[in-house]
Design a protein around this ligand. Structure first.
Ligand code: SF4
Length: 347
């Protein structure tokens, strides 16, 4: 007689986790808010965009900061605002001048997007920025993060926003150690972020969360010994609970414990990143850099452009070059005139 087949257990559905699963109770939240804001008042870096509520200046800073480190952004931010001190001056400038001014920052499409947003505000919006997150996202190149940053920093709204730093703090502090915390959906994190904002303090709260992620709860090993949220942090609590008891100092124990709790499993090897040099992105940058050196409105023929941006270029690569330039045209970064290329002069 055949043995009876084991009865398959129905798979249990994972309960859907919402922001309520992670939000501290009211008393704990109040303590967390007070600690973070007090820490920020004492330690905040003096950054030029923190001295203004002008939405234009904040937009410039936020777009520059999207892919560039704070220290690198500061001189570019100052120089850009010297060249285009107002929203109107940016809107009427030649796009070629804006792209020239962006030289050295990389991700040139950001320059075009800032100008498109400026032209939209100066055109259909009559020179006044919309003020809600939903309306701000209707401007060209403005996504949920930038909209939340503008709404809270410029217009004092209690709008949450999530950048890489805030996301890391939210996950570690309120969700738990990686990698489990990394599966929580972005929508849940945004709801959670929104539920933390102290009423009337949205701008400073978002800045404080970002600052904590930039200076203390950093990518890699966080500096928990200096963290104002240590007593509220799930990752820290779990790490210290797992810490080996030894004669080591409390500081070194908690440091190594947190590192342990944050360590990814060995099988999760980081994906090798595509090398930038030699990639299409690299050559797109080379094309724009070459065009920046031309006098205003001057063009360069395709057959001269190829060898100037790629040392090993051969005429067989014409299609590749035209595709590359076609992508730059679609992004508004260059213009084709006959059989030649230039920066877009339009204003
Ligand atoms: S205690 Fe450590 S892990 Fe937790 S929020 Fe602070 S720095 Fe990040």
């Amino acid at each position: 007689m055949k043995p009876a087949k084991p009865v398959k257990q129905a798979k249990q559905a994972m309960p859907t986790r919402t922001s309520h699963n992670f939000r501290p109770d009211d008393a704990s939240l109040k303590g967390l808010q007070e600690r973070l804001l007090a820490w920020f008042r004492e330690t905040a870096r003096d950054l030029p965009w923190r001295h203004t509520h002008d939405p234009y200046r904040i937009l410039v800073a936020e777009v520059m900061l999207q892919q560039t480190q704070v220290e690198r952004v500061i001189p570019f931010y100052t120089a850009f605002l010297d060249a285009f001190p107002t929203l109107e001056s940016l809107a009427v400038a030649s796009t070629a001048d804006v792209i020239r001014q962006w030289a050295g920052l990389g991700y040139n499409r950001r320059a075009v997007n800032i100008q498109r947003a400026a032209r939209t505000v100066c055109g259909p919006y009559g020179g006044r920025f919309p003020q809600t997150v939903a309306d701000l996202q209707k401007l060209p190149g403005i996504g949920p993060y930038t909209a939340g940053a503008l709404a809270s920093f410029a217009f004092g709204q209690d709008a949450a926003c999530i950048d890489a730093n805030i996301r890391r703090v939210l996950r570690r502090c309120l969700v738990g150690p990686e990698p489990d915390s990394s599966v929580v959906r972005e929508r849940v994190l945004l709801d959670l972020a929104q539920s933390l904002v102290p009423p009337g303090h949205g701008g400073v709260w978002n800045q404080a969360m970002m600052e904590l992620g930039a200076l203390v709860c950093v990518a890699g090993t966080p500096v928990c010994q200096r963290c104002p949220l240590r007593d509220h942090c799930r990752t820290f609590a779990m790490a210290t609970a797992q810490a080996p008891s030894s004669g080591a100092s409390a500081a070194s124990t908690t440091a190594s414990a947190t590192t342990f709790a944050l360590r990814r499993p060995a099988r999760r090897v980081a994906e090798p990143r595509a090398p930038f040099y030699g990639s299409n992105r690299y050559y797109r940058g080379r094309v724009v850099d070459r065009l920046r050196t031309l006098p205003p409105d001057a063009t360069i023929p395709f057959d001269q452009l190829g060898p100037q941006v790629k040392e090993t270029y051969t005429p067989d690569e014409q299609d590749w070059l035209r595709d590359l330039v076609g992508g730059l045209v679609r992004d508004g970064l260059v213009e084709i005139v006959g059989d030649a290329v230039r920066l877009p002069p339009g204003s």
